[in-house]
Ligand binder design. Structure first.
Ligand code: G3H
Ligand code: 13P
Ligand code: ZN
Length: 339
C-alpha cells in the first residue's frame, strides 16, 4: 500500500527512523520488498513480524532515466500486488523543479524532494514554496534541503555547509514544507570521512530546538559503508580504498533528535558489487544473469533486514497498519501546525 512519508513519520517521530532506499532495477525492487517484510529467500515466505518494517522507496532522476521512468513505476506497482502486506511511500530523490512537477502530475509519487539547496536562501525558499503549493494541492508531501552535504549527488559535487538552525526555522515557516533534509556531517557516496569524524549532534540538537515540535528531519548520505562488504569487493578484484560511512550506532540517537528519514543508496550498491564480483570470480564459466541475480536479491533482502534493525523500524509495520486503520492517518499537506 502506498502512503505518504507524512503518514510514516507520524508513527516514527522521536522513536525510530524510516529507511529510505534508492532503487534502479528489478532485483533491487524484489530484494527491498522481501527485506522489508522480513522474507529472506522467497516472495511467498511468510511475513516475519519481528522484522517487518514500513519503508520509503526513493527514485533519483538518474534512476528515472536509467531505462524509462515508467519501467520503475510499473515494477513498483507490480511489487505492491506481489507483496500486499507492504506499506511504503514512493519518493522522488533530489528533484529539480521540472522533475518534481513531472512526479506530482504523474499521480504515482506520494512524496517529492525539491533540492534547491545549492541556491541562495531566498531562492531556495522561493523554489521550494512553488513546489509545496503544487504538491499540496494534490495531497503529495514535500521534502526540501537546507545546507550542503559533501560528496557527489546526481551530477553535483558538493562543498560542505552545515545547516543553520535559525535559518531552518525560517525556511520551514516560509515554505510550508513537510520535512527538511539537513547537513549535519554526512556526505553522499562511499568515502564520507577521512578520520574518526561523525555526525554533528550539537548542530542537530540546536536545529530540533529551533523548529516546530515534531517536525521531521531527514538525513541524506547515511550509508554505513560496511567494512565487511568493502572487503568482499576488494577481495574479489575491486579497488575501493579508504571507503567509510556513518556509524550505524548513530542512527537511533539521531532519530531521538527528530531525524525520521534516513537515506541509504551506496550500501545497496556495495552489496550488488560484492555479490556480482564474487560470482564472476567463483563461477567464470557461467554467463547466465539469473544466478548472481538470485544471490543478490537474497543478500539485499538480508541487508535491508539488518538495516531496519539498526534504524529501529524493524517490527513496526503492524503498528503503522493499526495507526492507518484507526483513521489517525494524516491528510496531505503540511504537518507543521502553522500551515
Ligand atoms: O543522492 C543521490 C543518490 O545516491 C542517487 O544517486 O543519482 O546515482 O541515482 P544516483
Ligand atoms: P548514501 O550515498 O550515503 O547512500 O546517501 C544516499 C542519499 O542520500 C540519497 O538521497
Ligand atoms: Zn541524498
Amino acid at each position: 500500500m502506498i502512503v505518504t512519508t507524512k503518514d510514516l513519520f507520524q508513527h516514527a517521530y522521536g522513536k525510530y527512523a524510516i529507511g529510505a532506499y534508492n532503487i534502479n532495477n528489478l532485483e533491487q525492487t524484489v530484494g527491498l520488498f522481501r527485506g522489508n517484510l522480513g522474507k529472506k529467500a522467497k516472495n511467498d515466505d511468510p511475513v516475519d513480524q519481528t522484522n517487518s518494517a514500513p519503508f520509503i522507496i526513493q527514485i533519483s532522476r538518474g534512476a528515472r532515466s536509467y531505462s524509462d521512468k515508467r519501467m520503475l513505476e510499473a515494477l513498483i506497482r507490480a511489487a505492491d500486488e506481489v507483496f500486499p502486506e507492504a506499506i511504503f511511500a514512493v519518493h522522488l530523490d533530489h528533484g529539480t523543479e521540472e522533475a518534481c512537477c513531472d512526479c506530482i502530475n504523474s499521480g504515482f509519487y506520494s512524496s517529492v524532494m525539491i533540492d534547491a539547496s545549492h541556491e541562495e536562501f531566498a531562492k531556495n525558499v522561493e523554489i521550494t514554496k512553488k513546489i509545496v503549493d503544487k504538491a499540496h494541492a494534490k495531497n503529495i508531501v514535500v521534502e526540501a534541503e537546507l545546507g550542503q552535504l559533501g560528496g557527489v549527488e546526481e551530477d553535483v559535487v558538493g562543498s560542505v555547509k552545515l545547516t543553520d538552525p535559525a535559518q531552518a526555522a525560517e525556511f520551514i515557516e516560509k515554505t510550508g514544507v513537510d520535512s527538511l533534509a539537513v547537513a549535519i556531517g554526512t556526505s553522499h557516496g562511499a568515502f564520507k570521512f577521512t578520520g574518526k569524524q561523525g555526525l554533528h549532534f550539537d548542530v542537530l540538537e540546536k536545529i530540533q530546538k529551533a523548529i516546530p515540535k515534531n517536525f521531521p528531519l531527514v538525513m541524506h548520505g547515511s550509508s554505513s559503508v560496511p567494512h565487511e562488504w568493502v572487503e568482499r569487493i576488494n577481495n574479489a578484484g575491486g579497488k575501493l580504498k579508504d571507503a567509510s560511512g556513518v556509524d550505524e550506532k548513530q542512527y537511533l540517537p539521531a532519530a531521538k533528535l527528530g531525524v525520521t528519514k534516513i537515506n541509504i543508496d551506496t550500501d545497496g550498491r556495495l552489496v550488488w558489487c560484492a555479490i556480482h564480483r564474487e560470482q564472476f570470480r567463483d563461477d567464470p564459466a557461467n554467463f547466465d544473469l539469473r544466478p548472481p541475480g538470485k544471490i543478490f536479491i537474497q543478500a539485499y533482502a538480508e541487508y535491508i533486514i539488518h538495516k531496519n534493525n539498526v534504524l529501529g523500524s524493524a517490527g513496526q509495520l503492524d503498528g503503522v497498519r493499526e495507526m492507518l486503520n484507526s483513521g489517525k492517518k494524516s491528510g496531505g499537506g503540511c504537518c507543521c501546525c502553522k500551515h
